[in-house]
Write a protein that binds this ligand. Sequence first.
Ligand code: XIL
Length: 858
Amino acid sequence: MIRNRLSPSVSLIAFTAALACTESRSEPARGEAVELGSTGQALSRGDDRNDARGHQPQRHHHPGRCEQPPEPEPDPVTFTPATAAARSGRRAGSAVDNGPLTNEPIYAQLLGEQFNALTPENATKWGSLQPVDPNHWEFEPADAIADFADEHEQVVKGHTLIWHQQLPSFIDADTTARQLERYSTRHIDRTVRHFRRDFFAWDVVNEAMADDGSGLRPTPFSNAFGERYIDRAFREAQEADRDARLYYNDYGIEGINAKSNAVYDLMTRLLARHVPIDGIGFQGHFDARFVPSLEELVQNFQRFAELGLSINVSELDVQVRNLGGTRAYKFAVQKQIYQRIAAACSQVEACEGITTWGFTDAHSWIDATFGPDDPLLFDDLYQKKPAYFGYVDGFLGVPLDDASLEPNLVGNSSLEAGLDGWSPIGSAVLSTETQSAHTGLRSVRASGRTDTWMGPGHDVSALSRAGRTLDVSVWTRLAGAASASTSLTAQVTCAGQATSFVPIASATASDADWTQLAGALVLPECDLQQVVVYVEGPAAGVDLLADDLALREQPLPNLITNSDFEAGTAGWFNFGPDTLGTTSDAHGGSSAAIATARTDTWNGIGTDLTSRVAPRATYRAEAFLKIAGAASDRVGLTAAVTCTGQATQFLPVGSATGSSSDWVRVAGSVTVPNCAVQSFVLYAEGPAAGVDLLLDDVAFWQIDAGPPPSSNVIDNSGFETGTDGWFGFGPVTAVSSADRAHGGTRSARISGRTDTWNGLATSLVGRLTPGASYSVSAWAQVGSGSNSVSLTFQNACDGGAANFTFVAGATANDSTWTQLQGTLVAPSCTLTTGNFYIEGAPAGVDIYLDDVEIQPLP
Ligand code: XIL
């Protein structure tokens, strides 16, 4: 019998009906009175205490017959991985770890509720079953898993009979080929028989292929027997349980590459030799940066299916620690990947299902093997992550997120798995809508609305960053009115401020079809406390439906090229006499910058952004900082800005209390002065001399371009920071004064005047186009009374005699600002003198001047 030649659809039925076929078996199994050792010896119950737990032969939960596959279940109100997969005749499984299964009730509860297939993560590996003694088996932990599966109507796949890792200690370099053959034959026979009533399938051979696809991986098995060890393992497993489905399992073969090509060829050879192989498991241990496209996954799965093999993804997890970006961003990308894998499986008929390698980030092998990460469906606290919703969506055919856009940060966007993250605004009541959906099978309904502003809301606080712009969209539909104006609104709360309601989009929604509301939400630069987006608008009593909420951060380029120090410190320098280097104590990735030998608080790590910044623009900076050598100390980001011809200004960007045990995030914004920027350096600094400063994951991006560049020929028009560019005309004293101000908070005060012509001047030499006309405006007050003031232009051509040209005049008083307006025509020559000044009031009377503008006329 060639059992591997099952057509894909038949193999699918075999998969789902696997448990129904147990009654037809004749060999003894776990819990039966007699069990044969592979040596041919009959083992009494007393010989194997692990089997003497009183299991009854008829204990199996699917006592039905093979010819009656299970009835399809009606769709639940809300889907889980298990029910979403089951809808298309597939399974969603999880690896199970005996530790938390025994010790954490929440682990056991979710495992039982959310999945319909299990794989022992370690309990059925050869080294777990026979740790030290070739004549002794330890079945207890795996039996506990079988019992759990039995109680929760889950199928179990054993993992894994022949693998080069986690082997018994009695297999080592000295083991002869004959011993190896005898041990492995006994192991396969004994183990498969033991679980044959409990397990519907086995990973028979694991990871046999070399990573580069050049041939078999060198292992004790391949070294001793070449490729034939694979044939033999499958045949022995088949001997031990004729009903078990038998799989080859490997990693790095999900896409089309040298290794998957080599495994494809291996499968082809095995099938040609009639090796009883039913299917192939693609482990699916992904790094989020390198996941094949949907098309590639489907194409690869399909070619294996065309060999007659069943397909499954057997150990799925998705590492995100190397992605960069915020947690919300990483989780959004991870969601896309889980959805993609589930979609790929759903699109290949021969795909039987997906097993994730665990389900909670609290228990994942990734942390210990590759570094702290969050690769699974539930977080450390057993809360559903975006990945969970993506996984469910993938099985239900919800379209994949548009890859040309920034990722959708909303986890539960399509509501297939319930109302997580959604809450009603006002006294509306939310429920899962099962009759209508924009995509997938479910949406949210807000009923009991007693006012227009009530509707379905989603808290997006954790997805929102101050100063960022979000593209927000949602689909909506009415029940109870033919049409109504409907809006998408954001409720935004900054610390210490009243909540504001920001309109995002409006449209006329109807009861006949879904309507999209889409717009941009500009988040204020503040300490954001809460952001909730919601749908509102129709009259009280009309129900509002919503589906497919998307929230995407508008992309902003990080102006820092080397932001993560993964490849060294290029582009950075020591700010001060300290020493700059890298350290493996990283915030993200595996490397961070470190400043050592610091001799002052301001010593640190800097990067030159002069060519990246523009005058008047505002930038947001964000970085992660840590210290070494003190438990805690101040850490900060500062910008050192030099305007041409001026002293360097040190602008604080942000600071925090740094610690030696945790990375702290320092963020803030900086506005570049309105000047010719000669140098702009962003640097990290802060702790006391001698304390090392660590820096990682630095971002710097523009959040506001500032006012448009002015065509005002006067640079310092408002005297906000001084009287730079101006000089006394006559023996006067001129200062930037906060006494009075027209715009801003200061004006120029001109005092000590000894004549009517004394005033304040600026030179227009080199600033005017010969022959061009300019509009002139300035604002003036006098220190006392009411006096006439005027603007005068003292000009001379080519070193000739000076002319005094009247530009504008008015009567100014001492309590309100008076505008002086006029026109100035630049002489058609090269100006050698060009003093523009205010004058006029009697000696002893102060003059105030502000907001001087000289703009070219069209
Ligand atoms: C891992 C387990 O998750 C860990 O607990 C154990 O320490 C090592 O093995 N490919 C496989 C799995 O086939 O058996 C591995 O499981 C992960 C990689």
